[in-house]
Write a protein that binds this ligand. Structure first.
Ligand code: UFG
Length: 342
């Protein structure tokens, strides 16, 4: 069932995944409001979204943790559902500055839930991560596997927020929580107008490859080639960000129709190695990516990919875009925006 005209608030919605989700929601006739302090996003994205959708997006440039100002957003708008994308996401930084992560990532969710309770908003979708599965589960990962222990504070904040939201759902009549465990989102909207714009030197593989391709970075470091995988390099489940965005629309529909808490893996079910990714990027875009093999990155696991059958069964969602689509769209964004949104 579609829920035209319902109002969805995207917390941290100006970022990479939020901005792509805004488009998909608008295409399905939802009303969208974005709340974002632009710690890790650029307000230019609103113009780009207007260019793509033909719609002006109402936005509040405030920190979700600022309860007073968030309260005003809830007072001024009749919100039906929240998607909580807000949070810091750099794994390495979270190890160096754990308090920064625990404070911000938990506070932002607390602040949203408090306002939801106060204003009688009962539906929340939370951006979780495959990182909650920790190091002890074997892929393909299914939602029924035990979570934790996580390998870094960022992962623990996802783990803790999942638990908090489940507890709130248990304790509150008519409350609905959908936890989406993302695997590795890459690629960009096909317009090339929006995409991933890392704050500093990218931590993640695909933006790093893209910046080597554009000449901004010199050479890719491949973190280890001695894993127990088909070519020795780490295997991950890369998913097109537009497929991921579509999962959010279906999650909102699900939340509006069901009560309680539910968790879904959002991945393709296929794992590719670092070298598979380099080769695919080179061949789709007709480019060469210089790389060197270096030591393993602490905290990395050999293999991580999803079983997403539950999302297919209950949400009616399945990844549609191929590895070639992901590599083509990632490069289309990078080549058109070599400095990101700047
Ligand atoms: N890699 C390199 N060189 C790089 C960057 C990455 O070889 O410069 C390798 C990694 O070692 C890994 C693979 O590429 O094997 C993917 O690494 P990413 O950093 O792109 O992604 P991760 O799987 O480590 O982490 C991602 C998200 C996290 C999330 C996690 C969930 O960034 O937020 O998936 O599993 F927690």
């Amino acid at each position: 069932m579609q829920h035209k005209e319902k109002m969805v608030l995207l917390a941290g919605g100006a970022g990479y995944i939020g901005s792509h989700t805004a488009i998909e929601l608008i295409e399905k006739h939802y009303n969208v409001i974005i709340v974002d302090c632009h710690y890790n996003s650029n307000p230019i994205v609103y113009d780009r979204l207007t260019e793509i959708t033909g719609k002006h997006i109402k936005h509040y440039d405030i920190d979700v943790c600022d309860e007073q100002r968030l309260n005003q957003v809830f007072e001024e708008n009749k919100i039906d559902a929240i998607i909580d994308f807000a949070g810091f996401k750099a794994v390495g930084e979270s190890v160096a500055q754990p308090m920064k992560y625990y404070e911000n990532n938990l506070d932002s969710t607390f602040s949203l839930v408090k306002m939801m309770k106060k204003h009688n908003v009962n539906n929340i979708i939370f951006s979780s991560s495959a990182t909650v599965y920790g190091m002890n589960n074997e892929s393909p990962l299914t939602e029924s596997m035990p979570v934790g222990p996580c390998t870094n504070p960022y992962g623990w904040t996802k783990y803790m927020n999942e638990q908090i939201l489940k507890d709130v759902a248990n304790a509150t009549d008519d409350f609905s929580v959908v936890l989406l465990r993302y695997f590795n989102p890459i690629g960009a909207h096909k317009s090339g107008l929006i995409g991933e714009d890392p704050k500093d030197i990218p931590n993640n593989l695909m933006p790093y490859i893209s910046q080597v391709a554009s000449g901004k970075l010199e050479i890719l470091s491949v973190f280890g080639d001695d894993y127990d995988t088909h070519d020795g390099t780490g295997v991950r489940d890369y998913i097109h960000v537009v497929d991921l965005a579509k999962a959010h629309v279906l999650a909102v529909e699900y939340a509006l129709e069901h009560k309680g808490a539910e968790v879904f893996n959002i991945g393709t079910g296929t794992g590719y190695s670092v070298l598979d990714m380099v080769k695919a990027f080179e061949s789709v875009n007709n480019l060469l990516i210089p790389y060197k093999v270096v030591g393993r990155r602490p905290g990395d696991i050999a293999i991580c990919y999803a079983n997403s059958d539950k999302a297919e069964k209950l949400l009616g969602w399945k990844a549609e875009q191929t590895l070639e689509d992901m590599c083509r769209d990632a490069w289309n964004w990078q080549k058109n925006n070599p400095e990101g949104y700047k």
